[in-house]
Design a protein around this ligand. Sequence first.
Ligand SMILES: *[C@@H]1O[C@H](CO)[C@@H](O)[C@H](O)[C@H]1NC(C)=O
Ligand SMILES: *[C@@H]1O[C@H](CO)[C@@H](O)[C@H](O)[C@H]1NC(C)=O
Ligand SMILES: *[C@@H]1O[C@H](CO)[C@@H](O)[C@H](O)[C@H]1NC(C)=O
Ligand SMILES: *[C@@H]1O[C@H](CO)[C@@H](O)[C@H](O)[C@H]1NC(C)=O
Length: 352
Amino acid sequence: MLSPLAKAAAVITASLSLLTSVHAASTCNGSPDLCSRSFGNVTFVGSHDSYAIGLNNLATNQDQNITTQLDNGIRMLQIQTHNQSGTIQLCHTSCGLYNGGTLQTYLTTVKSWLDANPNDVLSLLIVNNDNFLPPAYDSVFKAVGLDSMAYAPSSASLTTDKWPTLGTLIDSSKRLLTFMDYNADFTSVPYIIDEFSNIWETAYDVTTSFDCAVNRSKGDTSTSMYLINHFLDTVLLGSPVPDPGDADKTNAVSGTNSLGAQVQLCASQYSRNPNFMLVDFYEYGGGSVFQVAATANGVQYNPSTPIASPSSTSSSSSSGSGSGSSNGAGKLQWSTGLVIISSVFLGALSVF
Ligand SMILES: *[C@@H]1O[C@H](CO)[C@@H](O)[C@H](O)[C@H]1NC(C)=O
Ligand SMILES: *[C@@H]1O[C@H](CO)[C@@H](O)[C@H](O)[C@H]1NC(C)=O
Ligand SMILES: *[C@@H]1O[C@H](CO)[C@@H](O)[C@H](O)[C@H]1NC(C)=O
Ligand SMILES: *[C@@H]1O[C@H](CO)[C@@H](O)[C@H](O)[C@H]1NC(C)=O
């Protein structure tokens, strides 16, 4: 028999848990299982140079627009910022080589997507190429209305286990986590989070095979999150440039140089999966990059919409052969483009 006091306590406990379940998000980033997981314990797929979109250009790393990237499952957007007459512009290497528009226009698209997808947590990784200070970013975030959605940690760096759960981030509507490689300043704009004291990275611009050695870090790598740069470049005129030709294999679940293989290698070295996996031409592999993330997270991979088809495939179908050998055709078209473009930009280029 329960005493009246115990009964009352039981009723209160039950109502409290009901309240919690009413208010708490039931699905987080596509899965109920991820709501109770710390942000620092989830593996996300990121698009490297997310804004550098296009075909047959040496300086493009993606061929789907930002909304499609997000709809398909990209949950970290990496961008490189440049100073164009005082405006924060998304260019690649230089604004003459590739100009992806202003940060403000880009973030407006991101904000619309976040508004339409209230149960998703997204990260932004800023490569602060021209050393803007945090208040310059803050002005753009405010103009777009993203400052109020941006999560500000309680201190400049957090150990992996101290990040809030995805459920907490979603319930508190602080669903955007913004990391910046250089010039972050917790005392000036706390939601622009210093990358390297919170996340370490493997090598980038890899042209042969991937390893899991620490390449860049500014903290204790045993307690921080980590990011793997999983995009394979090709060497053109002595400089590494993105290459969609091998992307099917690079993005694959298994096999030599695949994303799945690098995750397994890193997990075996560090006893935990990478937090972020940056890829090029993410849709090559037909969703394999998201399958790798789902497996790492121990959840079912259930895409709600089909993964986009590589753009080079569709544009090359006019050459006649239809769907069968479309990737080969895309590759041929790409190489032709490389030759044309390289003859224009003959000179030292490093596109990363
Ligand atoms: C993004 O791409 C999708 C699929 O190709 C297309 O339907 C949509 O109109 C594009 N959005 C913009 C803003 O270009
Ligand atoms: C950006 O460029 C403008 C000149 O175009 C300059 O006045 C300004 O100081 C630059 N900003 C930074 C952060 O270097
Ligand atoms: C980091 O990676 C870059 C590019 O791959 C390489 O040039 C550099 O030597 C690496 N640095 C360290 C410390 O491993
Ligand atoms: C999350 O935690 C589980 C259990 O400890 C671990 O197997 C997995 O690698 C972790 N993932 C990340 C990204 O930390």
